[in-house]
Write a protein that binds this ligand. Structure first.
Ligand code: HEC
Length: 171
């Protein structure tokens, strides 16, 4: 009985240690599933690429350009707020359905709908959940922020291995 208890105790301690290790290892980088969700949001759901380019490098596909995101100096919270609330008075749309209501709890940049007036940005074509906003921010951090010129690796991650869209990065 006693040894059974002891081994249960050891098993519990081992499980706790494994849990702590998993948290420690997972903390610095978002996991692959999170990044995959972020990519789907960037590419298909919110189509951030329309304004920022697939690579977020300012090589735009259309006449509604956003800035290059690669040099942006924002942490995850700052990126999430930009996505959630858009940028007042610019083409950066807001992606949180309840942004700029008159409820101070969901205000953006501390502004209610009344306060922002005609500076309120446009809504996105597809509102995002908080989880999707976090995932797309993680995607931007992992694959766009602080990078130089786009590479074949980045292009194939975005369009798929062997994609013809990436021919210009192949020699
Ligand atoms: C309709 C065009 C448009 C779409 C769609 C769009 N953006 Fe933007 N975005 C902009 C513009 C324009 C700015 C610059 C705003 C400003 O001048 O402050 C911007 C700014 C940003 C910034 C801040 C950059 C910086 O240096 O401060 C981030 C981050 C960003 N966008 C991410 C995204 C993400 C992620 C999505 C998709 C969820 C997205 N944007 C969708 C137009 C767009």
């Amino acid at each position: 009985m006693r040894s059974k208890l002891q081994s249960l105790g050891r098993a519990a301690a081992a499980a706790t240690l494994a849990g702590l290790l998993a948290v420690a290892l997972a903390a610095p980088a978002a996991n692959a599933q999170e990044i995959a969700l972020g990519l789907r949001v960037f590419k298909q759901k919110a189509v951030c690429s329309l304004c920022h380019g697939w690579a977020g490098d300012g090589d735009y596909a259309m006449d509604n350009p956003g800035p290059a995101l690669r040099p942006a100096k924002l942490d995850k919270a700052g990126i999430m707020e930009t996505i959630r609330c858009g940028r007042p008075g610019t083409n950066m749309p807001y992606h949180f359905r309840n942004a700029y209501t008159n409820d101070p709890a969901t205000s953006c940049y501390g502004m209610t709908e009344a306060a922002i007036g005609d500076q309120k940005p446009n809504p996105t074509r597809a509102f995002l959940s908080e989880a999707e906003i976090g995932a797309v921010a993680d995607y931007v951090i992992a694959w766009i922020l602080g990078r130089g010129a786009p590479t074949l690796e980045e292009c194939e991650f975005y369009f798929g291995a062997g994609a013809a869209s990436c021919n210009k990065y192949r020699n």
